[in-house]
Design a protein around this ligand. Structure first.
Ligand code: NAD
Length: 433
């Protein structure tokens, strides 16, 4: 792995460029983020003291539309991480043909150490600091790791206060009562589920004979576990930041989720008829979960979980990347050599940004859709784009990640060229000359 996450992300771009027809000018402009903002956010703590937090907002590219990307609260957030996440958003929006560029934000903070009021003051302070650089036609925020609908509601409210007008379209993933879309909470998991359901029949895989391990049991991983469980897949292992649980017979996911919601911990649960038992001894580490002999592995926590150090030990046949950037580019090569199918993050986890797009459209039109309309539109887009990426991979004989980037690059390249690059000026002299 390279030292910089952004440089590592750039290696994916380099690889895809070999197969994409795109101008040199477009390539050059895609190598760097357009805008990287670092802000200091002073927050009055509950004990009366003042604490200053570092926040970031990066707009990577807005050729195809306003920037779009989540805001992450995590102690390890750095500018480099936010830049690489903004890079991925650029390619994700292009891969899904959403009329957005890529952006991302974050605050270096452990939200678990803050009270509810401190968290609200921090979120509003972040918007105070970046308000001039965001907007419904400029850059639109959304939830990411350790941020949720409540945080998005505070952010939208603060932006509306600053602008002195109700501005729901500046933030997506809001509470439904504040203009949020139905289905946003489960959109990432739902989108990943539609991709899995569309792709597994290509390998003659029935859900009942497919085992699944999921790293990360939050918004994305937890809901996906539930969807797969109810579709008949055998979810044998799940984990959170504390570690994981494993049962070769399959876990009873609804009860694991119920326990997690009430206790903030995950615990193995088995239900026969109406009686549920908990077992504490079937624990495993996050590293062990990644190396389990399962059909499908779903990294749904943080980036850089599969690296050169453990890629050789991965036994799953299919990896669906729900987290952003869970596999380094060096590890990619090892997995490809092992013949593992890696369905890339820019496709698999794009359900969230797709329903965010639906929310933005609904906010701007004032017409709100039913949950069935949302699911139907989401399914159609996820399956269409997954099939196109699959077809590119088959046609060019390349891995699915590179195919995803080739797919996105063709749209980005066309948009950048249409705006006017050197090719345009060389080939189209001004009428007055
Ligand atoms: P979340 O905060 O709801 O859940 C994160 C989960 O990961 C939690 O269960 C947490 O305990 C676990 N976790 C944290 N550190 C871990 C570690 N070191 N090892 C194992 N597990 C760990 O976040 P989320 O919204 O579910 O996002 C998860 C991933 O999915 C992130 O990479 C995020 O960028 C990506 N993603 C989320 C969305 C979305 O709409 N929620 C959309 C696209 C991508």
């Amino acid at each position: 792995m390279t030292d910089s996450l952004l440089a590592d992300a750039g290696q994916r771009l380099e690889r895809a460029l070999k197969y994409a027809t795109i101008s040199e000018d477009a390539v050059e402009s895609l190598k760097y983020p357009q805008m990287s903002l670092t802000v200091s956010i002073p927050v009055r703590m509950d004990d009366g003291s003042l604490k200053v937090f570092q926040g970031y907002r990066v707009r990577y590219d807005d050729t195809r539309g306003p920037g779009k990307g989540g805001v992450r609260y995590h102690p390890h957030v750095t500018l480099d991480e936010v830049q690489s996440l903004a890079f991925w958003m650029t390619f994700k929006c292009a891969a899904l043909n959403l009329p957005f560029g890529g952006a991302k934000g974050g605050i270096t903070v452990n939200p678990k150490e803050l009270s509810r009021m401190e968290l609200e003051r921090l979120s509003r302070g972040y918007i105070d600091a970046i308000a001039d650089f965001i907007g419904p036609d400029v850059d639109i925020l959304a939830p990411d790791v350790y941020t949720n609908a409540m945080v998005m509601g505070w952010m939208m409210d603060q932006y509306s206060i600053i602008k002195r007008q109700f501005s729901p379209a500046v933030v997506t993933g809001k509470p439904v009562t504040m203009g949020g879309s139905l289905g946003r909470e489960s959109a990432t998991a739902m989108g990943a589920f539609y991709v899995i359901e569309a792709m597994m029949p290509k390998f003659d895989r029935a859900p009942q004979e497919t085992t699944v391990a999921i790293q990360g049991f939050g918004n994305a991983g937890g809901i996906l576990a539930d969807l797969l469980f109810h579709a008949g897949y055998r979810v044998v292992a799940v984990s959170d930041s504390q570690g994981g649980i494993y049962s070769p017979q399959g876990l009873d996911i609804p009860s694991v989720r119920q326990f997690k919601e009430s206790s903030r911990r995950i615990q193995a649960m088995y239900c026969d008829d109406t009686v549920c038992h908990t077992t504490a001894d079937l624990v495993l580490t996050n590293a062990e979960l990644l190396e389990l002999d399962v059909d499908i592995l779903v990294p749904a926590a943080l980036e850089n979980q599969i690296t050169e150090a453990n890629a050789n030990k991965i036994q799953a046949r299919f990896i669906y990347e729900v987290a952003n950037g869970p596999i380094t580019s060096a590890a990619d090569q090892v997995l490809n050599q092992k013949g593992i199918y890696v369905f890339p993050d820019i496709l698999v986890n794009a359900g969230g940004v797709t329903v965010s797009y639906f929310e933005w459209v609904q906010n701007r039109s004032g017409l709100y859709w039913t949950i069935d309309e949302i699911h139907q539109r989401l399914r159609q887009r996820m399956v269409d784009e997954a099939e196109q990426i699959w077809a590119i991979a088959q046609h060019l004989g390349i891995d699915l990640r590179t195919a995803g980037y080739v797919h996105a690059l063709s749209r980005l390249g066309d948009a950048i060229s249409a705006k006017g690059t050197r090719d345009y000026y060389v080939n189209h002299k001004c009428a007055s000359e």
